[in-house]
Design a protein around this ligand. Structure first.
Ligand SMILES: Cc1cc2nc3c(=O)[nH]c(=O)nc-3n(C[C@H](O)[C@H](O)[C@H](O)COP(=O)(O)O)c2cc1C
Length: 168
């Protein structure tokens, strides 16, 4: 690119940045772990993605200001619960700060003890493999220890709206 066409670094306005990122459609997951005294902890996340097949690695990022940060730093295991299309209520439940987000939510402990929500599209049980600084977030890389594919269609998030996949 010639100097005349070099892009001038622009300051990116945060609200616009968020809207543009929202054009990348994602699934919705609830990441769960265990907090003080083994209490279940979880939050809604759409920064989840795959990283590596061998070894099997995934990633997601957690806001430094999130109250659940201490639990994820202290406990080395977490579960990725991939929400099914009829679980929008769980997305809202786990994105709203609350003392006990798990009251009346069905879940079972996985082999590593972390909560696995019932009725999800799929779930992954992970051990924290690495944590990296990521601006105002902390990036978690997990080594996948167990996978559960329940075959339900997934919940989709696009430009701030929850959607279902179209039928073929
Ligand atoms: C669709 C959706 C995606 C989200 N993705 C993330 C994310 O990737 N990382 C994050 O830290 N918060 C994300 N959030 C916000 C958290 O769910 C929310 O701040 C939650 O209250 C954090 O839980 P805590 O207050 O128990 O720590 C998302 C919320 C929604 C609705």
């Amino acid at each position: 690119m010639s100097a005349a066409h070099a892009a001038k670094p622009a300051s990116i306005e945060p609200k616009h940045f968020r809207e543009v990122l929202g054009s990348f459609a994602t699934g919705v997951v609830v990441v769960t772990t265990l907090g003080d005294g083994g209490r279940p902890v979880g939050l809604t996340v759409n920064s989840f993605n795959s990283v590596s097949l061998d070894p099997p690695l995934v990633l997601w990022s957690l806001a430094l200001e999130a109250p659940s940060l201490a639990a994820f730093r202290a406990h080395d295991f977490f579960a990725i619960n991939i929400l099914a299309e009829d679980q929008e209520f769980l997305s809202k439940r786990f994105s709203t700060p609350a003392e006990n987000k798990f009251s009346d939510v069905g879940f079972d402990p996985g082999a590593t003890g972390v909560p696995l929500l019932r009725g999800t599209a799929a779930a992954l049980e992970c051990r924290t493999f690495a944590r990296y600084p990521g601006g105002d977030h902390e990036i978690y890389v997990g080594e996948v220890k167990a996978v559960f594919d329940r075959g339900h269609p997934p919940l989709v998030f696009h430009r701030g709206v929850f959607r279902r996949l179209g039928r073929h």
